[in-house]
Design a protein. Sequence first.
Length: 131
Amino acid sequence: MPSRISFHPFTRFGSLATKPAPQQRLVIAARGMSSSNLNRPSPPPLPRELQREFEELQRSAQMPLSSPTLSHGEAEAQMSLHPDARKPLTPEFDGDVNPRTGEQGGPKREPVGKWSDDGGDWSFKGRVSDF
């Protein structure tokens, strides 16, 4: 009597087990997930007032990256990391040219200053070094 071949998903031929083709599984899974709500190309439109508010919020969120609107003092206050952090140094002069040395585009403060007139230590931002 000839043997019958069963088409069960896990049919055994000797020591090998065969499974149905993966394409058949995907088609079945995709059919089960189809829904009329997923056929839309985009989300439903917002009412006019909410759309304006959304666009305004989007613009305001992008503006700090493109152009700062804060004053210098407010920007420093926001950038302070910790209450114990050192304050930035104030410039000794206004403009681009140092009035003492005539240097253009240089530092706004003397980078190294004498602590005393009698040949004492040199300091920068409160850090002192001896030569």
